[in-house]
Design a protein around this ligand. Structure first.
Ligand SMILES: C[S@@+](CC[C@H](N)C(=O)[O-])C[C@H]1O[C@@H](n2cnc3c(N)ncnc32)[C@H](O)[C@@H]1O
Length: 309
């Protein structure tokens, strides 16, 4: 029994790359091309891309998180292409690439969010953990505020606003009110404590529903702490500029706010004559992938191709 449990836990922590084949095939890379993986993570997509690029290719592997870059380096150590590892925010993808001498690329991939290993990395992302409420990607010093700062210091209205806008949570007002009432009596320090406060704020049917009632609030805090939507908007503009003629940009998103940004950016780029959408409707994982990998359930892949010169 114990053994089965251990296997299940370790499986949960092992990141399974989402829409791997669809993304890499969709980029239509060739041997000798230059590509960017703007979210290298543990190197799943990069490993496949590296295989296609071969010895004469170049791969730029970017991540904000130092530990992810180390894992990717290990995984890709035997790969053929020249690989340039860069630690930085993908919102600056053009500047980062240019500083490394890359001014034009044949393909760029973004696989948004956090990988499975990061969910248990002590940042307070998992509801059932006694971890401090940081939710910071990369070093906490480079952030204006942590999730704890929001919960501890922000006005009720502001807390309700982010939960509503970034979590699309219908009980945002009630949750913000109970957070503010609770913090007057005792500090809310850990992920588990916050999840409990949220549970106590929502109606019974929601508390016992399919989704953990803290899901949307935790998503909202993570987005706010890391300015995830602002970073994505800037990144897409940058990426479109970096693409070579006929170069392709592939983005995998995991919730509707991200997907809306990608959809709009690609539509605007098409309307302004930069290129064309390869996917008018997003590609979603097969039922087999969704079954094997719960993280894949909400994934959407969109691909854009830049014009010929
Ligand atoms: C879902 S994981 C990528 C997994 C990867 N495709 C794989 O198959 O192993 C997303 C990665 O993007 C990184 N990331 C998220 N936001 C970022 C940002 N703004 N700038 C750079 N990296 C970011 C995370 O640290 C994480 O490693």
């Amino acid at each position: 029994m114990k053994k089965t449990l251990r296997i299940q836990e370790s499986e949960l922590r092992t990141h399974k790359s989402v829409l791997l084949e669809e993304t890499v095939q969709g980029l239509e890379l060739q041997k000798g091309n230059t590509a960017i993986d703007a979210t290298v993570g543990v190197g799943g997509h990069s490993e496949k891309i590296a295989h296609i690029l071969g010895k004469k290719g170049t791969l730029v592997a970017i991540d904000l998180d130092e530990n992810s870059l180390s894992s990717a380096k290990k995984r890709l150590s035997d790969s053929d292409p020249h690989i340039i590892y860069l630690q930085g925010n993908f919102r600056n993808v053009k500047k980062l690439a240019e500083e490394a001498g890359i001014t034009s690329v044949d393909g760029i991939v973004f696989d948004l969010g956090w990988h499975s290993e990061q969910l248990a990395s002590g940042k307070g992302i998992s509801f059932n953990s006694d971890e401090p409420l940081l939710m910071t990607l990369g070093s906490s010093e480079s952030h204006l505020y942590t999730a704890k700062d929001i919960i501890k210091d922000w006005d009720e209205d502001e807390i309700a606003r982010i939960i509503r806008e970034y979590g699309e949570e219908k009980f945002s007002g009630r949750i913000a009110r109970v957070i503010v009432e609770t913090r007057k009596k005792q500090p809310i320090n850990t992920a588990r404590e916050l999840a409990e406060v949220i549970r106590s704020a929502v109606p019974g049917f929601y508390r016992n529903g399919r989704l953990n009632p803290a899901t949307r609030t935790f998503q909202a805090l993570r987005i706010a702490v890391n300015d995830e939507l602002g970073a994505l908007k800037e990144a897409l503009q940058n990426a479109l500029e970096l693409l070579a003629p006929e170069g392709r940009l592939a983005v995998i998103s995991f919730h509707s706010l991200e997907d809306r940004i990608v959809k709009q950016a690609f539509r605007n780029a098409e309307d302004t004559g930069i290129g064309k959408r390869i996917t008018k409707k997003p590609i979603i994982p097969t039922s087999e992938e969704r079954e094997k990998n719960p993280r894949a359930r909400s994934a959407k892949l969109r691909i854009f191709e830049k014009n010929t010169l």
